[in-house]
Design a protein around this ligand. Structure first.
Ligand code: UDP
Ligand code: MG
Length: 334
């Protein structure tokens, strides 16, 4: 056979699967492979690099496949289109064959050398070790937005939301598989990692600036923040519930006040009209807010009810060869 299939999961004994999502990272994806391989060589145990190409439309995929010719430990998972960073990570977990998983951003903002600290920490008996960002070399506006997000999550989320933690982590495979097991379409990896529990340790690290390429734009950042907020908090629903109750009390107050005024010989119609006008405006505002919040949760329930796959793996490449996967995740015949 002149075209041997890519390495199959069964024929290797991989300890670590390093999973990094990339989207249009042609400027740094080769450097990523190099730095990850250097760190993992130093760790000394058998590993594989799973770079998940999240539907890039630049030269990322071509470069990675080319690189895989000289890096037998590299597997290039390609999603059928751009699904987003977190679905891409889940795609990588799905195909990982290591006993332990390392999740890391693919833009070198999470320094690969920190993996060695995580491995050392995990040996102290943790099931999960995650990175906590000490310093962020990002613009002041982004840092401000991120801090507001973490504060909101800290006070209003249903879990003890980890401050300054992203996907960067090392965990046992059994723990990592839980991440792909949640039915929700918008999976916030660091939040779900906390939700999953087990024995978790922390390694602090300095987050590097992006070496090249483009970071998430503001719209993507806000969308991701809102997704996480609505996925882990019922606070907006409680807030509008509280506001509706206040409106109810206000209405009762107006009725009582009007009755008292009307019982007088010369009721001041202008005051009653002004009260009711304010009341109508207040009601409309609270109702609009309520519908808005309910629509948000309803939309998310609808997304979940559809049960669509959150990512689709189109192909897996290794040793310079690309193999398409069929719907059941097996190499397709054709
Ligand atoms: N990424 C991805 N799909 C996307 C957007 C980003 O796989 O739709 C990858 C990106 O290439 C990078 C990582 O996810 O390796 C983090 O993305 P980014 O740097 O944009 O996010 P931030 O650092 O702002 O969290
Ligand atoms: Mg980044």
């Amino acid at each position: 056979m002149d075209n041997p299939p890519p390495q199959t999961p069964e024929n290797t004994d991989v300890r670590y699967s390093v999973i990094a999502p990339v989207y249009n990272e042609q400027a740094l994806c080769l450097d990523l492979c190099k730095q990850l391989a250097a760190a993992m060589d130093e760790a000394g145990d058998p590993y594989e690099l799973i770079i998940v190409d999240d539907g890039s439309d630049d030269g990322t995929h071509r470069l990675l496949i080319e690189e895989s010719k000289s890096r037998p430990e590299l597997r290039v998972v390609r999603l059928s289109r751009n699904f987003g960073q977190e679905p891409a990570v889940c795609g990588g977990i799905k195909l990982a064959r290591g006993r332990e998983l390392i999740l890391i951003d693919g833009d070198l903002q999470d320094p690969p050398t920190v993996i060695l600290d995580m491995i050392a920490k995990k040996r102290q008996g943790y099931d999960v070790v995650f990175g906590k960002k000490k310093k962020r070399k990002e613009g002041i506006f982004r840092r401000l937005l991120t801090q507001i997000f973490y504060l909101l999550m800290h006070f209003f989320s249903q879990i003890r939301f980890p401050m300054d933690a992203g996907i960067f982590s090392l965990m046992d495979k059994e723990v990592g598989e839980w991440l792909t097991n949640f039915p929700e379409p918008n999976k916030h990896v660091s939040g779900l990692r906390t939700y999953i529990g087990f024995n978790q340790g922390v390694v602090e690290y300095d987050r590097a600036p992006r070496a090249a390429g483009e970071e998430k734009n503001l719209y993507q950042l806000i969308r991701m923040g809102l997704n996480a907020f609505f996925a882990f908090s019922m606070f907006p629903l409680r807030l509008v519930g509280g506001a509706l109750f206040v409106v109810f009390l206000w209405g009762v107050g107006i009725i009582i006040h009007s009755l008292v005024m009307l019982s007088k010989s010369a009721p001041d119609a202008a005051v009653i009209t002004a009260h009711t006008d304010f009341f109508y405006v207040g009601c409309l505002t609270v109702f609009a807010l309520t519908f808005g919040v309910m629509a948000e949760y309803l939309g998310r329930s609808f997304e979940m009810a559809k049960g669509r796959p959150t990512f689709i793996i189109a192909s897996v490449g290794a040793n310079g060869r690309v193999e398409r996967l069929s719907v059941d995740g097996k190499p397709s015949d054709g």
